[in-house]
Design a protein around this ligand. Structure first.
Ligand SMILES: Nc1ncnc2c1ncn2[C@@H]1O[C@H](COP(=O)(O)OP(=O)(O)OP(=O)(O)O)[C@@H](O)[C@H]1O
Ligand SMILES: [Mg+2]
Length: 291
């Protein structure tokens, strides 16, 4: 008998690179683990791993060993703390691994599925942009967190990512985190621009999950290769990340009955047909800042 699923899979995405995905994935994971949730943090930026660098560790085996050979999962999973805070590392500086073909992706997902049941959350730190690997992980996870900054290029690229996931994969639920805003007004304005463009050209709203302040302590934590939540739990950015983590814990709680009927990593292509309304010329031309 298989137990009902209790794992909420969360994909951390962005249109543009360097907006804070890896820092957010790590610190949200840390908060949720500290709050008592067993959690798997997956470095899905295959070939350009970052989480190991932020943690100051050098794992021997990586997600690539899952793809290439039948290395047992327990040899690849790196425990970050006792009690179920685990990392599935990626390979750093191996550009040829950047893209997996369909077969390799399917094989990887098959191997990952049984692992998920141990955790309350599986966080996937993805590469920036719209690669097939990003689109697969985004489609298979329950929750998509899109990280944006107030920069126009970040908003435009995020909209492009959301548009592809909506029009090609039928997804309509996106949770937005605005990172590195200098004020609440700037944070709200950035969210409003993205949301208004999605409403107008795609026909649905996106959800505001939270804002994370621009805070130089984040860069300090990166330099010290330790999570911000551990190093400076009282900093502005840490406080903001905690608020986002609390929201995610509530979201999981609310979804438990529905999660029980799903798989921790949903099958590709089986759940989402194409979007009800096909993309229009206007949607292709839309950018959040020309609203
Ligand atoms: N809230 C913040 N305040 C100040 N600096 C930040 C904040 N969030 C992230 N940064 C800085 O931005 C840089 C990029 O962050 P990070 O590596 O997490 O981005 P990313 O989206 O994962 O990048 P990539 O797309 O390359 O994977 C980091 O070096 C960090 O110092
Ligand atoms: Mg990253």
């Amino acid at each position: 008998m298989t137990l009902p699923n209790k794992t909420l899979s969360v994909a951390i995405l962005s249109g543009k690179g360097g907006v804070g995905k890896t820092n957010i994935a790590l610190n949200l994971s840390y908060c949720l683990f500290k709050a008592g949730h067993p959690l798997l943090l997956m470095d899905c930026d295959i070939g350009l791993a970052n989480l190991d660098v932020l943690l100051g560790i050098a794992p021997e085996k990586t997600i690539q060993d899952l793809v290439d050979e039948d290395t047992p999962l327990q040899e690849i999973i790196t425990p970050l703390a006792r009690g179920g805070f685990d990392l599935l590392p990626a390979a750093s500086g191996v550009p040829e691994l950047l893209e997996l073909d369909d077969d390799a992706r399917e094989h990887l997902f098959e191997r990952l599925r049984p692992l998920f049941s141990r955790y309350n959350f599986a966080f996937m730190d993805l590469g920036a942009g719209i690669s097939p690997t990003v689109l697969s992980f985004a489609t298979m996870s329950h929750v998509r967190v899109v990280v944006v900054t107030p920069e126009p290029t970040s908003l435009t690229d995020s909209y492009a990512l959301i548009k592809v996931l909506a029009t090609q994969h039928g997804l309509r639920e996106f949770h937005v985190v605005v990172n590195m805003a200098e004020s609440h007004a700037e944070e709200r304005e950035a969210f409003h621009r993205l949301n208004a463009t999605c409403e107008r050209f795609l026909g649905f709203s996106v959800t505001f999950l939270g804002g994370i302040s621009l805070d130089k302590q984040v860069a300090d934590a990166v330099r010290k290769q330790s999570p911000l939540m551990k190093l400076a739990p009282k900093s502005n950015a840490a406080r903001d990340m905690m608020a986002v983590a609390v929201k995610l814990a509530k979201l999981r709680e609310a979804r438990l009955p529905e999660l029980a009927h799903e798989q921790a990593l949903r099958p590709l292509n089986s759940l989402h047909g194409p979007a009800p309304t096909p993309p229009t010329e206007a949607a292709d031309a839309a950018t959040p800042q020309n609203e």
